[in-house]
Every structure is written in structure tokens, then in C-alpha cells.
Design a protein around this ligand. Sequence first.
Ligand code: CU1
Length: 528
Amino acid sequence: MSAVLDDHGHAHDHHGGYGGIMRWITTTNHKDIGTLYLWFSFVMFMVGGVMALVIRAELFEPGLQFVNPDFFNQMTTMHGLIMVFGAIMPAFVGFANWQIPMMIGAPDMAFARLNNWSFWILPFAASLLVLSFFMPGGAPGVGWTMYAPLTVQMGMGMDLTIFAVHLLGMSSIMGSINILTTILNMRAPGMTLMRMPMFVWTWLITAYLLVATMPVLAGAVTMTLADRHFGTSFFNAAGGGDPVLYQHIFWFFGHPEVYIIALPAFGVVSQVIPAFSRKPLFGYASMVSATTGIAILSFIVWAHHMYTVGMPVTGQLFFMYATALIAVPTGVKVFNWVATMWKGSLSFETPMLFAIGFLFLFTMGGFSGLVLSLAAVDIQLHDTYYVVAHFHYVMVAGALFAAFAGVYFWLPKWIGRMYDETLGQWHFWLTMIFFNVTFFVQHFAGLAGMPRRIPDYPLMFETWNKISSIGAFGFGLSQLLFLYIVLKAIRSGERAPQRPWEGADSIDWTMLPTPAPYHTFETPPLIK
Ligand code: CU1
């Protein structure tokens, strides 16, 4: 397979004669690496999705039907880890690789070889996670949060999972350093910070969050490793430690992690909504401040995940008010997106549908988050399906919908071909309907007291669980349509026009005061 050359034969599109698989292993081209991240993300999305379906199949009825409780716990653990670290985060790093250099007029990422390494660590980390199933005792059934002291009792699968988290963290930190350096040092002349497209801004701030928090997670799992094998007692009360310490360290990483996932999603939506409204983004400067505000606040709210550990009321109050405060900058963003659409010349192609779907459902996830931020309420709802419903509105309807919006939006520019718009709209509506069938009812199950991470339940929860499981299988099958749409576009899509979205460029070139030096703004030639 030959390298894709653009009409101008730019050097960064050559691959030194390597063809086939070697091209992909050795590539230092940001577009190739972006593509690798996105395909890896989709594969992990399928793997994590199958695990979700195992969970939903088991929960279709009370009693134990398909799996034993231990394997059920392994499924919830690996579903969470794979979706967060394998599917969502790599998807947005893929977008960053494709878009950031082009959006700021840079020839490539700052550290092109490091970029290659950041990606190729990921398949090894994913393999370690999968291998843990084949260790004595299987994968650790500890939940994706890996709380002590349960982690100390697990078999070797726990060690593989810890090493996988180390590798995932290394990949994220190296990727973030690359993104930070690229944005801060390689902007084209005239591309000042306050002229950057919003997607670039959200990644600049996300990269800071990653550099600050991934080492904290690495510390937490390393202390777990030391407790398991080296005789330390960080989380062992008998040795003078405290299991609650683990939760503090984990959530000091874990809450900013929520925004590491959400901010790039906000960035994608901030590109899509203006394009399909034929208007500039409303309140650009306030969007930048809101993004920064959210990032700063995300560091002082972590113990809202821990209201039930027995912290003092003053602590509960602090974390409660700090958490509620995040609703302010988040509200600024939502109002700005709505104001962007206001009196715009709207059209509703697939990317816009996913962006509007994001806007509705992510806001609902924000509101259920506000409900859970209240300590008195959270103590009732802690570890119920209400929490599960809440964070799936943020993670799936938030991050995943934004990722779909981004793929449909940029695909014509990436491959030079259009996707099938009718099928894209089918994909959106099937995803939208089945998402809500799956997760909206989980609010009711949670309010009634259905606990999370438990394979069996009393008869009274059966109706909500049945509906949720039916929705989950519909949701999973609908995603095969997405794969078909993308493959069809690559193989036989119509030639994409120069400006795929009438009246709006897919990349906000109007932000550039002068043409960027290295990149053609034209649709790339067809992949042979
Ligand atoms: Cu949180």
C-alpha cells in the first residue's frame, strides 16, 4: 500500500518507502497516528461493549443465569477500565492528532516519534488487561476504581491490571506533553492563543489536567502494588494505614479525569454547532474562561465520591458547595451553544444531530450530577443505579455522542469521501432512542434502591432491568451500523466537495489571519 500523497507532495505525507503494516508501525505522521488512535478506540469500544452486554444479559432477570458473581464483577471492572482508558480517551487523542496541527497551522506534532510511541504502548496495555482474565483467579473483580482493601486480596490478574494502568498513564502523559508543546510552540504566525479554534483550547487545558493527574493514579496503583507484594501498609488499617486514603488519592485523579473526557467533547461540539448554525461560536472568550474554570474547580471536588466514608459534616459541605459551583461554568457553555444556534441558519445533518443530542442528554447528566452533589441525597443514592445512570449520561451521551459528531463532521476532510447521510441519520436516531431506553430507566431503578455491581436482585427491580437490558442490546447492535457507514464511506463514498458542509468549513479556517504555511486547505485526494 502506498502512502497517501496530497496534490502538493508534502514531505510529511511520505513514508520513506515503507508499505503495508510497517507504515503503520513506524509512522510519525500525525494523521496516520490519529487514524490509529481512532481505530484502536473503536475496537476497544466493541470489546468493552460486549462486556456491557454480558452485564445486561445477566441483569435481564433476577437470579443467576449466565455468569457467576465473581465473573460478573470482572466484567464491570474491565468494562469500565476499557471504556474509559481504551475507548473514550484514545478517541479524543485521535481527534487531537488529526485536527490540532491543521487547526493551528503546524506541520505535525512537536515530538513525532514520541507520538508514535504514545500510541503503540496502548495495544500492549490493552493486552495486559485482557491477559488478566487468564491468570489464576481471573481478572480482578474490584470495579474500575480498584478500591482497597479488596485489591490486596486479588490474584495475579490485579498485578497485570496495575501494570496496564501504568502503561496507559505513560501513554497519556507523553501524548499530553506532545499536545502542550505543539499548541504552545508551533502555532502559525498570527495564530494567537485567543484566536485558536475552541477544540484546540479544550485540548490545551485537558493536556494540563492529564499531566497533573495521571501520576496521581500511577501513585495510587503503585501503593496498591507495594501493599500487595512489598509489605507496606498504605491502605491496611492493621499496619497503621487507611483504606480511605486510597479513595482520596484515586478520586484526586478520578474527578479531573471526568473533565479530561468531557472537555475535548465540549471542544468538538463547539466546532460542530457553529458550522451547522452558519454563525461564529457565541461567547468565545467566555467559553475559554468556562473551560479553564471547570478545570480548576475539578481539582477541589474529589470527595463528592466519598460522602459515605464518614467524613466530617464540614468536609461534606465544602465538597458539596464546590461541586455545585461547577454548574456555573458548565451552564455558561450550554447557554453559549444554545445562543450560537439562536437565529442561525440551521441544518440537521448527522454531526449536528449528534451535537444537539449531546446538548440535551449531557445537560441531563449534569443535572443528575447536581442532584448527587447534595451530600444528604447522595448518601441515599450512593452505589445505586441512579449513579450508574448519571455517569452514563455524561460518558455515553456526552463523550460518545460528541465523538460520533466529530467523526461524521471531519470524515469527509479526512478521507475525501462523504458518508451515507441517510444511514448516518438512522445511526443517530437508533443510538438516541436505545441510549435512553437503556439508561433513563436506570434512574428509576436506582431511586427504588437497585444496587450497582450486583448480579442478582429482588423481583421488584425486574421491570426496569428488563427494559434497560433490551435497550442495551439495541444500542450495541446500532453501533455495527456505524462501522458499516464508515467502511462504506472509505470504500465507495462519493467524492467530498471542497466545503462538505455548505456555508461552513469543517475546519474554522476563518480564524486564521494568514494562510497556514504547511497545509493545503483542500479536501485530500481519494485514498487509492
Ligand atoms: Cu467527581
